[in-house]
Design a protein around this ligand. Sequence first.
Ligand code: G6P
Ligand code: ZN
Length: 542
Amino acid sequence: MHVVASHPFAGQQPGTSGLRKKVTVFQQPHYLENFIQAVFTAVPALVGATLVVGGDGRFFNLQATQTIIKMAAANGVAKVIVGAGGLLSTPAASALIRQRHAAGGLILSASHNPGGADGDFGVKFNSANGGPAPAAVTDAIYAASLEIDSYRTVASADLELDKLGSQQIAAMQVEVVDPVADYAELMASLFDFAAIARLLAKPDFKFVFDAMHAVTGPYAEEIFTRRLGLPSQQLLNCQPQLDFGGGHPDPNLAHAGDLIAALAGVGEFALAAASDGDGDRNMVLASELFINPCDSIALLAANAHCVPAYREGLAGVARSMPTSRALDRVAAKLQLPCYETPTGWKYFGSLLDAGKITLCGEESFGSGSDHIREKDGLWAVLFWLNIIAVRGLSPRQLLAEHWTEYGRDFFSRHDYEGLPSDDARSLLADLHQPSQPLVGRRWGALTLLQLESFTYTDPVDNSRADKQGLIFTFEDDSRAVLRLSGTGTSGATLRLYFDRYSSDSAQYWLAPQQALAATIAAISELLQLEQRFGRHHPDVIT
Ligand code: G6P
Ligand code: ZN
């Protein structure tokens, strides 16, 4: 064992989803090693236990995997389970941690952020339940990173990560596993694959999936083509690449151009879907129909009886606070508890572990269930296919039916990227203590009824998270939510979320920007973003 002297780096504090930085930051000598050593210091349960390691295949994934395995051997880990080629999608890693009773996992990904030598990299520690480590653990990792004076590793040749089976490094066993097999089995155990295969074989139904040159390619080939019989030309961009083919592996309307093109001229009985860099996000589309993630999770919950795994009913549901309240309406009808959590999948973990919820979802293109402790892109796509197969309706018909039953919650998110961090933080601070009252005043055409800073108390372990976003509620019950992103790597990204409910069927097919125009205008007058930041328009609208 080697003990290598080192010194702390500033800023190794995990964000919404692990430590995410530019590749060039991670490539600094000792930078990755320090953070990994901080994990071993903060999580003593890893000694003598099993650790799962894998990532989304982006630039630096392989080198980091080799580094981590050697450090695990030097830190007393009994066994590392690693996906062949260093690959594991985030949901597959979560499943593997649970199936193999590992003490945790290190997932190498910067999710939907661009990759390549100039792109982003990230490391996320997941706990024994398979989910993102809770704040108490990430705080301990950060604290350890600030005190570090050395890290441990072993001198050894690189592992053969393409060879399935067991290898030995010092006293530690390394098992290289097929990254896809167990996950595909898990999906087959949840959904009605026979019904989905029949749907995919119908000449009048078209399904296209875009893996965006990211990790879900091999998973999609196994599940959709080999198990469900989909012609391989209906899978796009399935070869994982170090730089995701130069694109953003981000499934939204701005970045999934290939998918939108594949839908051209296709009829209404169709579904197109994409997943992100590490496979936990999903976007579903039909021809000329973008299905907002807030509507998607609500519709999945309302139709969960179509899926074998959820046929017996749901224990409860949850959504993150900025996500629209469409899910709450389904929960009320089904008489289910509905929880509102801060942004970040880690907050669903204790509710899932305690059996309080079965399904959960977020506006940020994530949905999932108690089958693992991460959101799951392919799971969501299979869920949609299973519903369409059983109901025999097109996505448009399903949404129309849903809105007729529950009304529509219009939703949109506006992102302002690359803002000076200090200025963005001081905007939030000013709003927490405004110099003059904002509530009760008219902004644009709307009076502001309430301004609240979201605080969450976990109903299972009573842990508290405060300042999780500002909620502006207007007289028409529309909401605007303001928070800073915790996943960016340069400057600050300000996120503004808008939602408004309507039960007027004449409005259901309005464009969200139009339906939300009054709330958007009100908040723009209130926040004065133009004066503060010189920004006239958001950089991204979802
Ligand atoms: C990651 C987390 C999600 C979260 C999203 C948004 O994807 O897994 O749970 O909703 O980041 O994060 P941000 O802080 O950038 O809005
Ligand atoms: Zn992701």
